[in-house]
Write a protein that binds this ligand. Structure first.
Ligand code: MRU
Length: 369
């Protein structure tokens, strides 16, 4: 992604790896849009904590972070005993897997890495294979997002008003984004359109991250309150919805995404507005047979009862909004049924949700998964 810092425009990946220092480099997303800062995690525990605390968030980005974290943990192992190395790797894997439960990309990324490492004949060889596999996952994430852009760009026509929810942009991936990829490709083709970023309470990823990204990219946009989506659709002011996903079931076409996605899908259906989901292949879960089995993360109630922002002093501050003494429920994700989804934009083409299984070989289904 290209970021304006002062007068300079520089390219950054959301997640990268410092091989020399064995550190994972992350854009500190909790500070955006007010401050742009890169942080470095010193070991796999810090990397896992950064995922839990949402220093880094978004399915593809936490997938790459988990892959780098697993490589980081592998490289921190001292000794030559292969059996002990694999036991250590398992511990690191479990810690990173537990960091956040809903997105499947971290598990898919780490499983991919472990398959590569399995062929190593020595600890040193396994460590090298782990690094190569993490880098390959990150590069594949970028390539998939680019292909999603090519597959989906024709959906964006001149003058269109597109609604997106949460942040499935650069910051949710290593680069480019999934839901934003068709927008950026259409923009490069010279098309003019407008994007509504729904705020996405409680953490406001739409208002902070997506709006910031689109501003950096020079895309016309406005932030809307989450509750405004229905009104705009009813008045004919939304032509298309594109969102991302944290886990899409390959067997049923159900889509887990940020809380509020399901509501938008119901509204879009009611108003005959096409509703698309954009995903790289690492977001597909080929195992689960029902959306009800997707683990839905419940986050801290403070997120609902108040809001984080930056005070005039520049300090990141929490403000309590809700009635003191009231509690809250805070499910982070919901599941949209296949029949509300017009199409799933993947690097391999656009599919009806229920056709994913039929096309599984084109979509990276690995029989052992
Ligand atoms: O809680 P987050 O910010 O990690 O949630 C993930 C998301 O950003 C969204 O659900 C997004 O639409 C899919 S991630 C590509």
């Amino acid at each position: 992604m290209n970021v304006n810092i002062g007068r300079k425009r520089s390219h950054f990946r959301t997640v990268a790896f410092d091989l020399k220092k064995n550190r994972v480099l992350l854009i500190e997303q909790r500070l955006l849009p007010h401050q742009f800062k890169i942080v470095a995690t010193r070991d796999y525990r810090e990397t896992a904590q950064a995922i839990t605390d949402m220093v880094v968030r978004g399915a593809g980005a936490i997938g790459a972070t988990a892959a780098y974290g697993l490589a980081q943990g592998a490289r921190a192992f001292t000794g030559r005993n292969l059996e002990k190395f694999h036991a250590h790797l398992e511990k690191v894997y479990q810690r990173l897997k537990a960091a956040r439960p809903t997105a499947v990309d971290p598990v898919n990324a780490m499983d991919q890495l472990r398959r590569q490492v399995a062929s190593g004949l020595s600890v040193t060889e396994c460590q090298t294979l782990a690094c190569d596999a993490a880098e390959a996952f990150a590069n594949e994430d970028v390539a998939h997002c680019r292909e999603i852009g090519e597959q989906g760009a024709s959906l964006i026509t001149d003058g269109m008003r597109v609604l997106t929810h949460c942040n499935a942009g650069w910051l949710a991936f290593v680069d480019i984004g999934s839901a934003t990829a068709p927008l950026y490709t259409a923009q490069s083709a010279g098309r003019k359109f407008h994007v509504f970023c729904s705020e996405t309470r409680p953490r406001s990823q739409g208002a902070t991250l997506t709006a910031w990204e689109l501003a950096q990219q020079g895309v016309s946009h406005q932030v809307i309150a989450d509750n405004a989506a229905g009104h705009l659709m009813q008045r004919g002011e939304v032509d298309l919805v594109i969102v991302g996903s944290d886990r899409t079931l390959g067997r049923t076409g159900e889509v887990a995404n940020k809380i509020g996605t399901y509501t938008r899908a119901v509204l879009a259906k009611k108003h005959n507005i096409p509703f698309y989901v954009a995903i790289p292949l690492s977001t597909i879960d080929w195992n689960l047979k029902s959306g009800l089995d997707i683990p839905i993360e419940e986050r801290h109630e403070e997120e609902v009862l108040g809001a984080w922002g930056t005070a005039q002093s520049g300090k990141r501050t929490y403000v309590r909004v809700a009635n003191p003494g009231s509690g809250a429920r805070n499910p982070g994700f919901d599941v949209t049924p296949a029949d509300l989804i017009t199409g799933i934009i993947t690097p391999a083409g656009i599919f009806k949700p229920k056709k994913l299984w039929l096309n599984r070989m084109r979509l990276g289904f690995a029989s052992e998964s």
